[in-house]
Design a protein around this ligand. Structure first.
Ligand SMILES: [Zn+2]
Length: 147
């Protein structure tokens, strides 16, 4: 819970106080030391890695959902909002992602499409449709995902 950044309280009763201390730091805009905490340059929120925002993981469309979209496109059917599509997560290619590699797939731009919003967001779904339309051209030897 504290990721080694705060001294973890020894007794359960002291946890609320420790959490409140972290919350006060966040509210005051001071550093909590968390890796994915944004940095500000000229008032603009920045991250060392814009892809994972320094978290080490990238939210992407789930491969099963990519397959569903590819199948609908192949059959010439629309990808309506009623089609359930799910997110997944992959390890980032930056240094922060190293800790997740081997436990999950690693991001690459030919194979994965980052999900920048909700799965039912129309713009995000359109990006997925566009991505899947070019998928085979980018991944001619990619047969293991079934599309
Ligand atoms: Zn990253």
């Amino acid at each position: 819970m504290f990721a080694g950044l705060e001294n973890e309280p020894r007794s359960y009763e002291k946890h609320p106080g420790a959490i409140a201390a972290i919350a006060r730091k966040l509210k005051a805009g001071r550093s909590t030391g968390y890796a994915n905490e944004p940095h500000y340059v000229d008032g603009v929120e920045t991250f060392r890695c814009p892809l994972c925002r320094d978290d080490g993981r990238v939210f992407v469309w789930h491969p099963d959902s990519m397959a569903v979209v590819a199948d609908l496109l192949r059959r010439g059917e629309p990808v309506g909002l009623g089609v359930p599509l799910l997110p997944s997560v992959v390890a980032c290619i930056c240094g922060r992602g190293e800790q997740f590699r081997g436990r999950m797939a690693t991001y690459n731009e030919r194979q994965w499409l980052p999900l920048g919003g909700a799965t039912h967001d129309e713009d995000e779904r359109q990006k997925l449709v566009d991505f899947m339309l070019g998928y085979r051209q980018r991944n001619p030897a990619q047969q293991n995902m079934g599309f």
